[in-house]
Structures are given as structure tokens and as C-alpha cells.
Design a protein around this ligand. Structure first.
Ligand code: SF4
Length: 995
């Protein structure tokens, strides 16, 4: 650099003099550091927030934190710009205009809570089902779900039905854990890592750390199976450009090859899975396809050693994996493994048969299978640690098959995702690579028993009563479904109905349509939190806006009341009748709880908190505090004492420290009782301070002998039971063949006391196959491929998270407009070039966008970044912001319902779990002129931002020095002293019994 010409160094009198700059290399940019947990995506990294004069100055990663070990991504560092965003809500709002106009009157909290409690109380007295309480990317679901149960509505769910329930349920029903949050690849030891799809904001920093470890070790292969080569796929050793929705078929072809070559771990199958369990073969009988059991209810196998039937859970037996056996009562049965082998050895799953459909050459599939087998069986890794199995047998070491896997979206967001996930776990089990060194490992508190628990709780029969359990759960058979006598679903989203029986995360994407249609019944109040349902958390956006604004013949809105809580002025705020402004994540308490989705890693359990590092400088309140306050006003049983006094007068932190879900089990596992208990123990008034002192997280490392083979490891099983994570110390046997699914299939065949209505029987029979199977994504099957020849998917930018990122002054500079990425060969066929505008049209709708050519995409697929496109007038962005003029949201083209068949219209969702199938989208492209395109892009009217709407935008960093970033937080000790005796730390005088 030529210093003499730098504007900071004016020309001195003597041009030859040496200018010496005094640089303060250790400026005091911050005087105080507070730890907390990031909330800029789902990853839950530990952060350090640097403050000066009580203001947030910058954020960095906490080097001690078990999740990220100091790593911070772009989103995490840019948290300060969310925290200071001009789009923040500042005061409770009451609608004064029409829904969608965005005209509100600012009101005081007292009035807001009175209104909300009035609406909610009236509904609860009449019929608690009249409340549909749905949250979005809420990290406090153990509170929000429990609150719904106290209120008495079954109509509760969060974001999972839109996001990942296929992955979660597919794993939990098969191996008792799942990819992403409940499991992890053993990056330290793996030799072969297969990644299927991925959402870059899920497990983001752990994956980056792991891939870095794997790459720098140099002796492991990383294969990425993804239609798009972005993010992690860009550094893979091999990229498999699969056609969307065919991952299951590829996995089954790999299984075919392994079986054909006799390359599977028979010992592992016999010891840890239900592969040798005998399955009754009695077509037409009510127990056909169920597991043959003895008088004690224990599963049977055929024991080669004794030449007779034996308890499959016995020890010192030699179970058969093939061969039909007589059960002694005229029935016959075959081992589950024989059914597995018969199915996948079929020529339909040969590499040659699936290659074209998958877009992967047959030779590549064969080579992948051979490489996987070689890694598993010829590069065995061991951990020299003696351990004892569930039956008391001592083993000298842990032996590993070092093939590991990870999967998330796209698999999760296809209508065949549940079965694809099960197929992946079957592949892992065949390789013997689950919870072994170098394989894919469980994160505590997983694995848990299969089928999972608890069961979903149904609506209370008495108005004003609470539910008997939690609204979300896991059916173990048709008897657990929430259906009326005629088979009609009892939940507003039809979860746990015959339409979507294992909808373990609910169907928030169905809720608004059903609430509008009164199907299966009308609701009075829709209460949403952090769920941008009028934009990127919905499919069929125009229809969704219609559900929110449509009126009945009397002129009343069909959805009578909408309460919405969010921290920001999103696209959904204008559709609410009452807006309860939330704080940012730096201004509140939170728990990343073992009761929900903790921060565990394979070697130990972990949970964490958020603490308010600054106090809000606006008239906003943490949603969790508001929920507890509403519970008190409604006199909900868990939230009030017998005399009506609040049970948690200190609000959410009080709840975190003192609530017990079961005796001795609370939201936080660390420092219970006198501070020495972990997992179980009495409440500890000092618990939150102990978390703060420890960097806002707790970890409980497992004993070395409990770290692998958890499903069958005596040390783990005893530990999990003692900690309250498992109801028993029994081993977890992987359910490769699912008797639970077969029970539903039998109901569809007319067996049992709870039968599906005739109209649903074929669907249940087909999709409740006890073995994983592949079927084309529903949309693909319903349209003419020639009309809509391209798959269309989204990818999550690493630097954006849902709608939050696109309003962030720093992150917007990375991406403020998205393009539709098209393979050059495909583009040439359509006469498209870079920057051309196209109409992206599906069978349902359309949206326009600009093209960018990219060779790193499957030629039959187009893709774009998610969550960039914004509606004009929202998020305090300028009305000409590129997000609103050039950015686009693919959701406009995605249908929320499948085309009608036989008079029935199901949701565009997986038929087992109800997972939204937004990756099934098929489109065609039509080239547009720029003018025509710009006009179409502006088709959706901008919000008229009234006086209560925030104004922006915040320029890049410029205004941050002037913009207050909060007030100093109340210290924990101060909070604690206020809690004793003071009815409310806010002094609003409204706590207490207010039904
Ligand atoms: S990965 Fe997610 S949680 Fe971690 S620092 Fe980035 S935004 Fe925060």
C-alpha cells in the first residue's frame, strides 16, 4: 500500500519522512463478556457476547462449548444485526384494519394479555379443541407442548412436520434414534462417509468440524448423494448427482448388491436386530405378518443349536436367518431376514434396473456397494475398551465397521421419505455400523425403546379439562390413533388420523387450510409463535393468505381469531388480530433441554441455556414468559397452585429451575439438588447460576465402557434408566421389520377393533409396509412428466436461516437475490442463458425468477436458495429491495394438496408421517422478457406499512454504533432475590387467578 496516498495519512511537510502510526493492537472493544447459546439457526452453538457499556459489540464462538468448540459461522457472527434489526417489533399490536393490511393500534401489555386470556378462556370453557396452537422454529417445545396439554387442546405442533419428521420418525421406529439431532457420524474414526442430501443449517458447525477432521485425516472417503453440488457436497471426494426422490431406490440397490455378494454382518443382525425374529406367514389371518411370540409375549426365533423354536431374546442360541418353520399350532413363520433378502434380491433392485430412474450409472452403484463393503469389513477399527453387553457377557473391545452416514433434507421432504429413512437404517444394520467405532453413533438420551413413547394424548372429553398427556407422541398401533368412531381425525391437522397415522410432529402445513375449511371442525383461535405461515413456512402461499383472510356468509373471518407472537415484522404479522412482540434471543432465558432437542454428543449428554445478555430496550416480552403468564390468567392446572397463585411467579427462569416433568426430572439435567446431582434430583434454586458459571451449558460424559453399542450395552442401559431417559434397562432391538406398521396394514385388511374408513384402506395397506419400499414421489406420479419435466428443489444457504437471515444487514450482502440454477445442457435445450427471466410453473402455481447456469446440478433438476425472496413491505426492507424485486420464493409453485383421486384429496405429504413433501415439486420453465417478468414478480401487492410498522433498512454496520443494542440485563442474583416474595418481577400487577 502506498501510505502517502492513503486518505488516512495526509501529505506531510517533508515527503520523505517516515510516518509512524500508533496502532492500539488491543483496543478495549468490550468490557464484559457473557456466554449464551446462539439462535441464528438450529445448531445451538455456544457463543460469547462481548459488551461495552451494556451494549452488544460483537459475538464470537465459545471455544469451550461442546457443540462448536469456538467455531462460529457467518450467521452466528451476524447475530448482532438481527438483534438490532429495524424489523423488530416494539410493542403489542391490535389490528385496526383488515387482515393483511398491516394496520394496527399499539396497546399496552395489560390490554394485550387481557384480550388473549379472554379469547383463550372463552374457548377453553366451551371446547379446548377450539385452540390451534402451532409454533414454528421454536426451541422451547417441551414448554409449549406441555402448555397445550395443560390448556387441553390436542391441536399443538411445531415446525417438524414441515422439516424433518420423516427422518426423525423413520429413525425412532427403526433404531430408536435418528440422524441429525439424535445421532452423529464418528468422524474421528470413520473410513467411509455417505451423506444423503443435507440442510446446511442443521447440525452445521458439528458437520463442518467433522468434515474438516475427516479431510485432514486423509484416510477416509466422503461421498455426497445430492442433486445439487453446493456446500458440503463441494468438498466431497465424490458427488452422486441423484435425481430427487430416488435416494431410497439407490439405497435398496446398494442393499441388493451387499446381499447378492454376501457382504453383510450376520452376527450383528442376529445379536442386535429383529432379523431372526419369526414372522407369521398366514395370509388372510388376523395375525398374518405379526411376530410369532411365546406365552410370555417374547418373540420367537428358530435356534440351530437346539433345532427348535426359542425365545429370540435368549442368550447362547444360534438363531436362523432363513427357512420357514412350523409354529406347532398349524401356523408357519419365516425369519424377518428372509423377507428382507427376498425383497431386495429381487431384480427390480439391481443396479441396472434402478440406474436410469436414479440418474446414477449401474457401474457406479456397484462400485459404491463394493467400496462400502470393503470399508466396513476390511478396515475394521477397534477401541480397546472392555465392556459388558445387556446379557452380562464381557467383551474385550469395541469392534467397528467404519462406514458412517448422515441424512436430512431432501430425503425428509419427499413423500417417500419415511421409507427411505428406514432403508438407510436397514443398510447401516446390514453393515453392522450402528453405534460402533467409525460408524454412526447415538447421542444421549438415545437410543430409546422401539416403538417410541409416549403415545399422543387425545382431546379431553370435558370442556375446560387438561389432556391426559402430551399432544405429540408415537402411536404403537391403530388403537392409539386419535380418531372418532367413524374414522374422522380428532385433530385439526389430521395428525394421528388414518390420513397420516404416525405424524409424530403434527402437520402445521395442513392446519390453516383445515381451520379455514372447518375440517374436521371449526376452531376459534389460531395461536402461532415464530411461524412465518403467510410466507416461507407454507406451501401454496396465495391459498394460505386466502385462508387467513376469507370471510363466511355473515362477513366474519372464517378463522375467527389469530394471535401471533414473533420478534420481527414478518410477512405473517399483518394477518394477525393480536401481535405479542417477542424479544431477540439475546434478551431472554431459554433451555436447550433433554426433554426436547438437547446438545448431546455421542460420548455424553448435554443441555444448555440462554441467558439474557441484555434487557430489551423496547416494550417486548419473552414469549415463554407470556405463555406462563397466560397460563396463570387461565388458571391452568400446571401453572397455578390450588389457591390460584402462580406456580412460577418468576416466569420462565423460575419454571426452568423448578418445574418437574417427572419426580426429579426437570428441563435442565445439570447441577440438580445440592448441585452434585445429574439427570435426576430435586430442583436447585442455584441451578441457572451454575449453568452461567459454566458457560451456559452442561455435559455429562459417559463412562468409557458405555460409549458404544449403547443399544445393547449394560453400562449405558443402566445409566439411561437411572437418568430417567428410558423406562427400563432392556436392550433396544432394531426393528428392521416393523410389526407396528404391519398392525396398521392388518387394520386396512379388516382386522382389529379400530379400522380405517373404506376410502383410506388401500392407502394404509400400501404405505404401511413392514419393510422399507420405494415408490415415486406423489407429485411425480400425479402429473404428466412431459408437462412438467424438471424437478425443482431448494437448498438452504449456509449463511441464512428461514426468513430471519434475509433481513440481516450483514448477511444480505452475501445474498440478497436468488437465481434459478439450471444445468447448461438443460438450459441450452430451452434456449436459456445466464440472467434470463423464466416463469417457473407447476401443476399448482407459478413464480418468476432469473436463471443462473450451473454444471453442479442433476440435469433433470433446477434449484434455488430458500428464504431469500421477501414480500414487499415486510421485514422493514425497502420496497425496492432486491429480496422483493428479484428474489423469489419457490413455495408459490408448491401445492399444499395433491390432485384429487377417487374423490379424496390428501395433503402433499408423506402418507405415513404427514411430512410436507415440498421436495416433490415438478416444474416447466418458460422464458420471459425482462419487463413482463418484473411485472409478474410484483404481482403480489406490497404491504401497506402503517405507522406501527418498523422502518428500515439498517445500513451495513453504519448505524450500529448509534442504534442501542439493549439495556444491561438484570443479573441472575438480582432476579433470584426478586423472585422471593415478589409476585411479579415486572410489577404489572396482573399475575394471579384470572380465568
Ligand atoms: S451454526 Fe447456527 S447456532 Fe452455530 S453459530 Fe452458526 S448460526 Fe449460530
Amino acid at each position: 500500500m502506498n501510505f502517502l496516498h492513503h486518505t488516512r495519512y495526509p501529505m506531510p511537510a517533508n515527503p520523505f519522512s517516515t510516518i509512524r502510526e500508533t496502532v492500539d493492537v488491543t483496543p478495549e472493544v468490550a468490557g464484559e463478556v457473557k456466554t449464551t447459546t446462539c439462535y441464528m439457526c438450529a445448531c445451538r452453538c455456544g457463543i460469547r457476547v462481548h459488551l461495552r457499556a451494556g451494549q452488544v459489540r460483537y459475538i464470537d464462538g465459545n471455544p469451550d462449548h461442546p457443540v462448536n468448540r469456538g467455531v462460529l459461522c457467518a450467521k452466528g457472527a451476524a447475530g448482532i444485526m438481527n438483534h438490532t434489526s429495524p424489523a423488530r417489533l416494539t410493542k403489542p399490536l391490535l389490528r385496526v384494519g383488515e387482515r393483511g393490511e398491516g394496520r394496527f393500534r399499539e396497546i399496552e401489555w395489560d390490554e394485550a394479555l387481557d384480550i388473549a386470556a379472554g379469547w383463550l378462556g372463552e374457548t377453553r370453557r366451551r371446547d379446548p379443541r377450539g385452540l390451534a396452537f402451532f409454533t414454528g422454529r421454536d426451541q422451547s417445545q417441551s414448554l409449549t407442548g406441555w402448555w397445550a396439554a395443560q390448556y387441553g387442546t390436542p391441536n399443538f405442533a411445531a415446525h417438524g412436520g414441515f422439516c424433518s419428521v420423516n427422518i426423525a420418525a423413520g429413525g425412532l421406529y427403526t433404531v430408536g434414534g435418528s440422524f441429525w439431532e439424535f445421532g452423529e457420524p464418528d468422524f474421528e474414526r470413520t473410513r467411509y462417509f455417505l451423506m444423503f442430501g443435507v440442510a446446511e443449517d442443521h447440525d452445521s458447525n458439528p458437520l463442518k468440524i467433522g468434515l474438516g477432521m475427516l479431510k485432514s485425516r486423509g484416510n477416509a472417503r466422503f461421498v455426497s448423494v445430492n442433486p445439487v453440488r453446493t456446500g458440503y457436497s463441494a468438498i466431497a471426494d465424490e458427488w452422486i448427482a441423484i435425481r430427487p426422490g430416488t435416494d431410497g431406490l439407490l439405497v435398496m440397490a446398494l442393499i441388493h448388491e451387499l446381499l447378492r455378494a454376501d457382504r453383510f454382518d450376520g452376527d450383528y443382525l442376529v445379536r442386535y436386530t429383529n432379523a431372526p425374529w419369526l414372522v407369521i406367514d398366514d395370509p388372510g389371518a388376523p395375525d398374518d405378518g405379526l411376530i410369532a411370540r411365546d406365552a410370555d409375549g417374547d418373540p420367537l426365533c428358530f435356534d440351530h443349536a437346539s433345532g427348535a423354536l426359542a425365545k429370540a431374546n435368549g442368550i447362547d442360541i444360534s438363531p436362523a436367518l432363513a427357512g420357514a418353520r412350523a409354529l406347532g399350532d398349524g401356523r408357519r413363520a419365516v425369519p424377518a431376514f428372509e423377507l428382507i433378502a427376498r425383497r431386495y434380491l429381487d431384480a427390480a433392485f439391481s443396479p441396472d434396473s434402478v440406474a436410469e430412474r436414479c440418474g446414477v450409472p449401474a457401474d457406479t452403484i456397484r462400485r459404491l456397494a463394493a467400496e462400502i463393503a470393503a470399508a466396513a469389513f476390511e478396515s475394521e477399527v477397534t477401541v480397546e475398551q472392555p465392556w459388558t453387553d445387556w446379557a452380562g457377557r464381557r467383551h474385550e473391545r469395541f469392534i467397528g465397521r467404519p462406514v458412517s452416514m448422515h441424512a436430512m433434507r431432501g430425503i425428509s421432504a419427499h413423500s417417500n421419505g419415511f421409507h427411505t429413512t428406514r432403508a438407510l437404517h436397514l443398510l447401516q444394520a446390514l453393515l453392522g455400523s450402528i453405534d460402533v467405532p467409525g460408524g454412526w453413533r447415538f447421542r444421549p438420551p438415545f437410543p430409546r425403546p422401539i416403538p417410541p413413547a409416549p403415545k399422543p394424548a387425545g382431546p379431553a372429553s370435558v370442556p375446560g379439562a387438561s389432556l391426559g398427556g402430551m399432544p405429540l407422541g408415537f402411536p404403537t398401533g391403530p388403537e392409539d390413533l386419535l380418531v372418532e368412531a367413524d374414522g374422522t381425525a380428532r385433530r385439526i391437522d389430521q395428525a394421528y388420523g388414518w390420513e397420516y397415522p404416525l405424524a409424530a410432529h403434527g402437520l402445521m402445513h395442513v392446519m390453516l387450510r383445515n381451520a379455514w375449511a372447518g375440517d374436521p371442525y371449526k376452531v376459534d383461535v389460531v395461536f402461532m409463535y415464530m411461524a412465518n405461515m403467510a410466507w416461507n413456512s407454507s406451501m401454496a402461499i396465495a391459498d394460505t393468505i386466502g385462508y387467513l383472510t376469507d370471510r363466511d356468509e355473515t362477513g366474519q373471518y372464517r378463522i375467527p381469531r389469530i394471535i401471533y407472537s414473533d420478534a420481527f415484522w414478518s410477512e405473517t404479522v399483518p394477518y394477525a388480530d393480536l401481535v405479542l412482540p417477542d424479544t431477540t434471543y439475546l434478551e431472554r432465558w431459554d433451555a436447550i433441554s433433554l426433554l426436547d432437542r438437547p446438545i448431546s454428543h455421542a460420548d455424553g449428554a448435554g443441555d444448555a441455556i440462554r441467558q439474557p445478555v441484555v434487557a430489551p430496550d423496547r416494550d417486548v416480552r419473552p414469549f415463554q414468559d407470556v405463555l406462563i403468564e397466560l397460563g396463570v390468567r387461565l388458571a391452568l392446572p400446571g401453572l397455578t397452585r390450588e389457591d390460584g397463585a402462580p406456580r412460577y411467579p418468576g416466569g420462565y427462569p423460575d419454571y426452568l429451575a423448578n418445574h418437574e416433568r417427572a419426580p426429579g426430572v426437570g428441563p435442565l439435567a445439570g447441577w440438580r439438588g445440592d448441585g452434585t446431582a445429574q439427570g435426576r434430583g430435586p430442583a436447585n434454586p442455584d441451578q441457572l447460576q451454575r449453568y452461567i458459571d459454566n458457560g451456559c451449558y452442561w455435559t455429562g460424559e459417559l463412562a468409557p465402557e458405555a460409549r458404544f453399542m449403547k443399544h445393547a450395552n449394560r453400562a449405558w442401559l443402566d445409566h439411561a434408566h437411572a437418568m430417567g431417559w428410558s423406562p427400563s434397562t432392556d436392550p433396544v432391538v432394531f426393528q428392521l421389520y416393523s410389526e407396528t406398521l404391519q398392525k396398521f396394514r392388518l387394520a386396512a385388511r379388516g382386522h382389529g377393533s379400530k379400522l380405517p374408513p373404506e376410502a383410506h384402506r388401500e392407502r394404509v395397506e400400501t404405505y404401511f409396509d413392514p419393510l422399507p419400499f420405494w415408490y415415486p414421489p406423489f407429485e411425480e406420479d400425479a402429473i404428466e412428466a412431459t408437462d412438467f419435466p424438471l424437478h425443482a428443489v431448494t437448498q438452504r444457504p449456509m449463511h441464512m436461516y428461514h426468513s430471519w437471515g434475509g433481513q440481516n444487514a450483514w448477511l444480505r450482502q452475501i445474498t440478497s437475490e436468488n437465481r434459478l440454477h439450471v444445468h447448461p445442457r438443460t438450459a441450452a435445450g430451452l434456449g436459456l442463458a445466464d440472467d434470463d427471466w423464466v416463469r417457473i410453473q407447476s401443476h399448482h402455481g407459478e413464480v418468476v425468477g432469473q436463471v443462473r447456469l450451473m454444471s453442479g446440478v442433476n440435469p433433470d433438476t433446477v434449484w434455488t436458495w430458500n428464504a431469500i425472496g421477501k414480500r414487499r413491505g415486510a421485514w422493514a426492507l425497502d420496497s425496492d429491495a432486491p429480496e422483493a424485486t428479484r428474489g423469489f420464493l419457490l413455495n408459490h409453485a408448491i401445492a399444499d394438496l395433491l390432485p384429487a383421486r377417487g374423490g379424496l384429496r390428501y395433503a402433499n405429504a408423506d402418507p405415513v408421517t404427514g411430512q410436507a413433501a415440498w421436495y416433490d415439486l415438478r416444474v416447466r420453465l418458460e422464458k420471459l422478457g425482462a419487463e413482463e417478468a418484473m411485472e409478474a414478480a410484483r404481482a403480489l401487492a406490497a404491504f401497506e406499512t402503517g405507522p406501527t410498522a418498523p422502518k428500515g433498512p439498517l445500513a451495513h454496520g453504519k448505524e450500529i454504533a448509534d442504534r442501542p443494542s439493549g439495556r444491561p440485563a438484570v443479573e441472575f442474583s438480582e432476579w433470584l432475590s426478586q423472585r422471593d416474595g415478589a409476585p411479579s418481577r415486572r410489577g404489572d400487577g396482573r399475575r394471579g387467578h384470572r380465568p
